[in-house]
Write a protein that binds this ligand. Sequence first.
Ligand code: BDP
Length: 715
Amino acid sequence: MAVLLFCTVAMACAPAAHAEDGYDLWLRYPPTESARATAYRAQVSQLLAADATPTQAATRAELLRGLRGLLGVTPVPANTVTQAGAVVVGTPSSSPTIARLRLDTRRLGPEGYLIRSVAIDGHAVTVIAADADAGALYGAFHFLRLLQTGQPIAKLDLRDTPRVKLRLLDHWDDLDGHVERGYAGASIWDWHKLPDYLDPRYTDYARANASLGINGTVLNNVNSNALSLTPAYLEKAAALAGVFRPYGIRVFLSARFSAPMEIGGLKTADPLDPAVKRWWRDKADEIYRVIPDFGGFLVKANSEGQPGPQDYGRSHADGANLLADALAPHGGTVMWRAFVYSHEEPDDRAKQAYTEFVPLDGKFRGNVLVQVKNGAIDFQPREPFHPLFGAMPKTPLMMEFQITKEYLGFATHLVYLGPLYEETLKADTHAKGKDSTVAKVIDGSLDGHALTGMAGVANIGAGRNWSGSHFDQANWYVYGRLAWNPTLSSRAIAEEWVRMTFSNEEGVVAPVVDMMMGSREAAVDYMTPLGLHHLMGRSHHYGPGPWVEGGPRADWTSVYYHRANREGIGFDRTAHGSNAVAQYSPYLAREFGDLQRVPEEFLLWFHHLPWDYRTRSGRPLWDELVHRYTSGVDYVRGMRSTWSGLEGKVDAERHAQVAAFLGIQEKEAQWWRDASIAYFQTLSGRPLPAGEAAPAHTLEYYQSLEFPYAPGSGR
Ligand code: BDP
């Protein structure tokens, strides 16, 4: 075991010499303010960290990097704890010092850790102990986070284990470098140069994910290309897996259901056909030969034109089980998506996944997770939680959140998604009485599942700042932290992120956190207030399009969802309408179906109401709608002024970009408001409430706008 002793060097507290372009994410490790740094240095005078395995080496390297950056200390080798302030990292098998302490690491599992202030031979020491290397790595990141956020470290007694087993990013990246719904440039995977060239960025990607506890990545788009499963591409995926492995991250692939035909030369992909079964078994064997710790397959089947088992009259369970059987001998998992709605089914789209999947509860193999989007439509600014949560007790359900902001302003709108995720996770399904939260469905505690998971559709691209904007990094961050522990508070996570990414100064932290916390509600208000949904521009999804109608299918239009006419607006999902409320527990079905009790944020999701319906503010519905649109825009204006007040407190480079993006956001929020009001006014026939400004342009103007090159389009 290598043991390092620090010597402290004089530290220049000058601003970082490199450009503040966001590349370093929340792992910037900037110099700590001097009084605090002096105190910390005495507490990290020595580092005992083994480097016998790649994960141990990564752990030690990260601690050294962090301490050097934060405290300006340079390590030199030593042997044992010889002075106060040693930091000891490892497991009972990697560290004799930890073994001597006889800590109960067993109960931490393969990824948990504890951080404790103890005395060793009379010296005050910080121990970061785990039962396995990955846990020690996570513990090291936690320790660095404490320093970076200015926490005291003298009396630590922390213990943490992940509540969710698979904590994944889903990349919607195509093999040609395009990212579906990606707003941060091209794909970070340079398939053409893989496997021979390993961009150092892959390592930084792994570090960032490990710092949050993300332990898996699905490399390719759910609208997948069978070529990903050919030997040449498997070799490329294996090279990435090699970079990620030391950081506890496993590689998964989206599998195209018709691959046996497209790359296997078979005539069918029927899941019950023996040749198809053999093909998948052989394919799984082949994958595990090159990627021994391969995680498994993600599948989008019989959805939006993708092939699937229903093409052969088979069920989703038949399809999932086919792949599950192929992976089972190797310990792999199938994540089968419940995002399905069919051409043939004329029913309310919000009901279709439930209708198809609930009858299959109990029919999936033990290594299948059904992956469910947070809401029943499609990653809208606000949706009630998906009714499948709580409705399939015999099947482990995995959460799918979208981190990339397809429906929330792409990269330029400052919208912190923490409150959206938290709202969904805290929602009570009432499936087994009160306090049957979605978080408990996801972490397996409600129904006793050991296989659990959460997926976030990544917002990562090759752009220098990874996520398309500085603030979108916070969405990657909060997703990762909540995947580790779905009960954390999004406000606390925002604060952590601001401290690590921008500044520990209270004068920065408080206003920025406040601004972030209200930003999602503001986007709901200027885009889709009061439960409206799916009103964006057709296909590229950029900007407002409440007038969208016609085309290949009704449920790809806006008019299908808002149902506005001379009389009123909203989708009646009560027993008088589509009765989607009945897919929730009886308690919630009553609540959502009852105008007196339905939460106002879901009003028009569940009810069709007259324009003069009196809302809780006392305003008629039309006036309330206009009021909400306007207050969303006002909030953005407020964020601009808060941010401009921070000039000089945040580095000029990032300050300027955020300021410019907020300018774009204000313009576009105004556009959403004005276009929506101009359109709905033609139906309501009502005047604008007193004091409300008229839209800047005519409805025809807004309808004439076209965006053939909007980024991230699907294909
Ligand atoms: C929709 C996206 C589309 C995705 C689809 C999915 O617009 O690009 O393919 O979700 O999740 O929101 O499969």
